[in-house]
Design a protein around this ligand. Structure first.
Ligand code: FAD
Length: 436
């Protein structure tokens, strides 16, 4: 059996590593477009600074995924308590909200939100992300934060996004389903808890999140698998409705009895009109420790700010930065046609001014800004995305999986779980939020 895995992100590497570990004697080849493995869980080490594609927190309630993670990392991990923020009304506030963080919100916002507790909008059928948020949090918080944040992040109005975006976006922001933040009432209840839930997540003990994928690659190669980097795939060869191989961008073909496709589904099915968001990442190295930023990551809804999220690597692991130094990562979602994407330097001044305005940098402390253009970071759930997906014809021997391959907003643990399910022949449930 010749197995080809397209994409060396977490899904592809987990598939390859598990198939090889099962000792069935299959030939496994992993083909990766980039010159390094990791996919979206990639890291960049620059002058002693470790940057991820927005530092990644690994958290799961799935015991199989947890065991797999620990098997690969062995003792190379640390456990860290989650600290997220949201920047609202000019201030950093804990997310989910706490009594202290709510205290400083403008009175009209608080009062209207209080009234929304008793005055839910009447939305008989929840179709869109806007319907979901308005029905759960009320019109006031929707208008005050979610609507602007969503437009800025996805480039689409919340009314035009499928309700699945809520499961993906809102619930993932807290990463722990014991933390109830999925409605206004649960936010209020959570705020009043005497002991907030403490969520711990894993992070590698050295390097960035890519350390995990690097360890998987070592195993794959030790088990006789082939890993070909800088090898972009163009498409499939199909005979009698069955996959017979893959075609590389350089025109070469590689025979395959089955293909696990974790690269964007749109490469194989451009006619569906499915799309992804791209993210421009600004890795900003700082000459001091920026002790003023004590969150790991923070969401910014204000449409004047160019970034939608900032992360602070030293609050993941202190040695992600050289001693005494600091860094911050800004995520700017954008279209690949935009000027930002083509020439990031054109927004340098605006970025610095925005970072100064939220006190993330002083300005004169910037050592360098490294730009990374990351393609296909988020699947866009338009209202008709399910119909588009169901129009796809899948030949025998092709498995569409992973975040981009199955067009499902996986976190790392879901990508691993999806691969483990495939290898075991069990069903992968997409309803992550209720997985406990
Ligand atoms: C900014 C950001 C922050 C995130 N933070 C977290 C977090 O804190 N916690 C968490 O659990 N998850 C987080 N995630 C999600 C996590 O990164 C993904 O769920 C996970 O990495 C997906 O792995 P994957 O293998 O399914 O997909 P991918 O990582 O997308 O892998 C697909 C692979 O296919 C390759 N490829 C693409 N085209 C081709 C081609 N033509 N030929 C060959 N190869 C190709 C790509 O280069 C890539 O390596 C975050 C994602 C982003 C974008």
């Amino acid at each position: 059996m010749k197995t080809v895995v397209v994409g060396a992100g977490l899904s592809g590497l987990t598939l390859a590593e598990r198939i090889l570990s099962s000792g069935t004697g299959e030939q496994v080849t992993v083909l990766e477009r980039e010159d390094t493995p990791g996919g979206l869980a990639r890291s960049f080490r620059i002058d002693g600074f470790d940057f991820d594609i927005g530092p990644h927190r690994f958290h799961t309630f799935n015991t199989e995924v947890d065991s797999y993670l620990l098997e690969i990392l062995a003792d190379c991990f640390v456990q860290i308590s989650r600290r997220s923020s949201v920047h609202m009304a000019g201030k950093y506030r804990n997310w989910p909200l706490t009594p202290t963080s709510v205290a400083g919100l403008p009175f009209p916002v608080l009062w209207k939100s209080f009234l929304d507790l008793f005055n839910k909008p009447d939305i008989p059928v929840i179709n869109s992300f806007a319907d979901f948020i308005r029905s759960r949090y009320g019109d006031n918080l929707y208008n005050f934060f979610f609507s602007g944040y969503t437009r800025k992040f996805t480039g689409i109005d919340a009314e035009m996004l499928h309700v699945d975006w809520a499961q993906a976006g809102v619930n993932r922001a807290v990463i722990d389903n014991r933390v109830k933040a999925d409605s206004l009432l649960s936010l209020v209840k959570g705020m009043l808890l005497p002991q907030p839930v403490e969520t711990k997540f894993y992070y590698p003990a050295c390097g960035g999140i890519q350390t995990f994928c690097n360890l998987q690659c070592e195993r794959i190669e030790a088990l006789g698998g082939k890993l070909l980097l800088s090898t972009p795939v163009k498409g499939l060869s199909i005979e009698n409705n069955s996959v017979s191989g893959i075609v590389l961008e350089n025109g070469e073909s590689i025979p395959a009895d089955r293909v696990f496709w974790t690269a964007p589904i749109t490469i194989l099915y451009p006619e569906t009109g499915l799309t992804f968001i791209n993210t421009l990442i600004a890795n900003v190295a700082l000459a001091d420790e920026i002790p003023r930023n004590d969150y790991q990551w923070c969401y910014f809804g204000h449409e004047d700010l160019i970034f939608s999220r900032l992360t602070v690597p030293r609050n993941f692991r202190a040695d992600c930065v050289p001693p005494g130094k600091g860094s911050v990562i800004a995520e700017i979602t954008c279209d690949s046609d935009s000027e930002f994407w083509k020439n990031p330097e054109t927004i340098r001044e605006r970025l610095i001014n925005n970072l100064k305005s939220v006190r993330a940098v002083a300005g004169d402390d910037i050592l360098f800004i490294n730009w990374q253009r990351i393609r296909e970071t988020y699947p866009v759930y338009t209202l008709d995305y399910k119909e588009k997906l169901s129009s796809i014809h899948i030949p025998n021997g092709l498995f569409l999986t992973g975040r981009c391959g199955s067009f499902w907003y996986n976190n790392m643990d879901h990508s691993i779980a999806q691969s483990l399910s495939i290898v075991q022949g069990s069903e992968f449930k997409k309803d992550f939020w209720n997985e406990r």
